[in-house]
Each structure stands twice: as structure tokens, then as C-alpha cells.
Design a binder for this molecule. Structure first.
Ligand code: DHK
Length: 145
């Protein structure tokens, strides 16, 4: 089975997972999630390229890179940039690789300012509210695209 390359891009503050508001985001670290994704990816025939940055432009650059590297799909948890970044919306529209929006929490049950998602306006779909499992569910969906 040919390996499908899946970029998993994580935005601001997600490097603090495990320590950051665990009642909202859970106790698993981003490294824990990466390990889960790599293991599930092996079963699904997907190679995982895991990245995190607190800087918006890095996420834009990595979306372009995913296209240039021939990625099969991108999982994107843009953190708070989800709710603010027209640049990310434009970057998703600038590539043809399908992007799946991922969130640990369910932003729609939280503050009003989290209800708008610029990422979601261009994403293929969204998985939110299942903690670290949101990433695994999104990977299953990506593998099936
Ligand atoms: C992560 C964040 O950092 C927040 O800014 C989003 C998202 C929700 C998450 O649930 O993974 O509002």
C-alpha cells in the first residue's frame, strides 16, 4: 500500500497541551497525540508530518508546503487563529489538498468569539469536541478521501 502523506498542523498554545487548561483540552501532550497518529497512520497507510507553531505565517507556509510536497490531506488545528485568520482561509483556498479542521474542544459550546471559524469556511470538514480522539477521527476521514 502506497503511503499517503498527511500533514498535521497545530497552532498557538498547542505546545502547552497536557498542562494547559486540562479540564478543556485534556491531559495528553502534543507528543502523545503525535505518537497516536503515527501508530494509527501505520494501520491506515498514512505517513504523519506533525508540526506546531505559535506563529500564523508558519501555518500559512506549511499549508503551501503540504501542496508542494504532494500531501494527501492536512489536519489543521489552528488554535485561536481559527477564529481570526483570513490569511489561513486564503491559504486553504490557495491549495487543492483537502484540509480537515480539528479541535479538541467543541468551540460552539464555548465563548461567542469561538463560534466563527475562518478555517471552517474553506475546510473539507470539521472534527471537534472529542479531545485527542478528534485527531484520530480526522485521520480516519483523511485516509478515506
Ligand atoms: C484550541 C484553541 O487553542 C482554541 O483557541 C480554540 C481549539 C479551540 C481546540 O479545541 O483544540 O478555540
Amino acid at each position: 500500500m502506497a503511503t499517503k502523506l498527511v500533514y498535521v498542523l497545530n497552532g498557538p498554545n498547542l505546545n502547552r497541551l497536557g498542562k494547559r487548561e486540562p479540564e478543556i483540552y485534556g491531559s495528553q501532550t502534543l507528543d502523545d497525540i503525535a505518537a497516536m497518529l503515527v501508530a494509527r497512520g501505520q494501520a491506515l497507510g498514512c505517513g504523519i508530518e506533525m508540526r506546531q507553531s505559535n506563529h500564523e505565517g508558519h501555518l500559512v507556509d506549511w499549508l503551501h508546503e503540504a501542496q508542494d510536497e504532494g500531501a494527501h490531506a492536512v489536519l489543521l488545528n489552528a488554535g485561536a487563529y481559527t477564529h481570526t485568520s483570513v490569511a489561513l482561509l486564503d491559504a486553504i483556498r490557495a491549495i487543492t489538498v483537502p484540509v480537515i479542521e480539528v479541535h479538541l474542544s467543541n468551540p460552539h459550546t464555548r465563548e461567542d468569539f469561538r463560534h466563527r471559524s475562518w478555517v471552517g469556511m474553506a475546510a473539507k470538514g470539521t472534527v471537534a469536541g472529542f479531545g485527542a480522539n478528534s485527531y484520530l477521527m480526522a485521520l480516519e476521514a483523511a485516509a478515506g478521501l
